[in-house]
Every structure is written in C-alpha cells, then in structure tokens.
Design a protein around this ligand. Sequence first.
Ligand code: XIL
Length: 302
Amino acid sequence: GSTLQAAAAESNRYYGAAMAGSYLNNSQITGILQREFNMITAENEMKMDATEPNQNQFNYTNGDRIVNWALQNGKQVRGHALAWHSQQPGWMQNMSGQSLRNAMLNHVTQVATHYKGKIHSWDVVNEAFADGNSGARRNSNLQGTGGDWIEAAFRAARAADPGAKLCYNDYNTDDWSHAKTQGVYNMVKDFKARGVPIDCVGFQAHFNSGNPVPSNYHTTLGNFAALGVDVQITELDIEGSGTSQAEQFRGVHQACLSVARCTGITVWGVRDSESWRSSGTPLLFDGSGNKKAAYNYSLDAL
Ligand code: XIL
C-alpha cells in the first residue's frame, strides 16, 4: 500500500489519527487525514468535561462535528473517553461516594447512548492504574467510589451500546516487566474470568528518551491478546527526530504486526506543529505536512 491506511488494511488492520476540532479548518490536515487514515479519535472533544460541562446537561456539539466528519469521509471512530480521573468537569472534581458513582455511570450511559451505532471502540476507562512500582489502582475520586467502579463502567457501556468494542486504555503499560503493566494485565484476566464485558486493551504509547519503546513490546501485546482481548496502539507519538525516531516508530509497528490480535495503530495527531507536545516533533508529518522519516519507516513496516 502507498498510504498508511492502505498498507494497514493489507493485514486487516486500521490506521488512525487523533484530530482536534480545529483541524476541520485546515485543508492541509484534512487532506492528510482523508488520504492516510481510516480511524479517527477526538483529541479532547468527547471527554467528560467536553460532553457534560454541567451535571446532566450534555453538549455534543464539538464531538458530533468530529464524528460526523469522520463518518461522512468513510472513517471509523474510536470514542475517547467515558470515565477518567483527568479532564473531569468542575462539578465532578470534588464529588465522592455514591453520588459520584451515580454521576459517572449516568455519564457513561448518556454519552454511549448518544453515539450508539457510530463507535468502533470506546475507551471506557482511561488511566486507572498508578505509576511506579505498586501495580495498584490510581488514587482518584473515581477509585474512591469502590474498587468495582471500572467493571461498573464497562457494564453500563455495554448496556448502552452493545455494538461498540469496549477498551481499557493506559500509558506506561508497554514494558512487560513494569508493575503497572502487570496490574492492568491482572485486571483484564480477572474481568475475562468473571465475564465482565471487555473487548480490548489500548496502549497509549507516548514515548520519549526517558520512556523508550521497550524491546519486549511484542511480548506485552501478545500476552494481553492471549487473555482473549484485542490490543491496539491508541495514542502513538515518539519524541525525537531523524533516523533514530524513525527506527523507534518501526519497532512499534513491528510489535503490533507480530501479534494477530493487534488490530490497529493510532497516532496522536497529524503534524508536529499541532502535537500536544508542542515543543517536540513526535509525529509522522512535519509542520508543513511533509512526510518524515518516521512516516516512511512506519509505512514500510506495515
Ligand atoms: C491530551 C490532549 O492531546 C491535549 O490536547 C489535552 O490538553 C490533554 O490531553 N493520554 C490521553 C489523552 O488519554 O486524552 C491525552 O490527550 C494525552 C495523554
């Protein structure tokens, strides 16, 4: 294939990008999206603070704009994200206990129902595990509502949109030896054993020199897949430049391609100039929309 989406499709995988609403005003970026990508994630527009700015008053304007653009252009959509400790609306941030639990479940139900039938996969829960060596859950207001909050969110999402694949998504879960990786693995194993509805695990894959692409990435992806879930690279970006950056992108692609149930790769933006890491150059296209070495190595690896 001569584009990322065409090359990925040769092995029945998708190739995605995150997009911000502002991309819709930039014909160079929408042109690249149309040509190269067949899966879209809204960078911020479907998060809790965006979709429920006031309790039980939902605003889908900006999310709908992205979802409608994607569907009208023949793309699929990854929903991101239904429940997360970060980017919560102000009214939710200081809630706790049963009222927070009910508010979270209502949010999951309402948003998944609004987008029902339009979503390939939902990141139902994002980043619920702690960094460091504990392998434990992250201490958050949601965790404070009870350790079963994650499975409750998954059950609510399944009830609201039975057609969407339901994913758990996190970062720094790429290296098999990390305690955080093991914590997530044990949760997914437990969910599968008890019939909690989970279909996929997303690996954000935000890499930099302090957090490089692990050489055992294929082991991690393969071990999760062996639990009976799809795995996906969901927010890929890698700080750096030139050949060394390109080689790391190649490594991520090779790891996914080596695991049958690694069903797709999404990069977290299109051009370096719009990246959330605004000081760096972590993406596949430069600020002028030119393909970088990272693009060529990624395409060749697909
Ligand atoms: C980031 C967005 O890219 C930024 O625009 C925003 O200011 C903060 O969130 N993990 C995730 C994403 O799951 O939602 C985050 O996106 C990046 C880290």
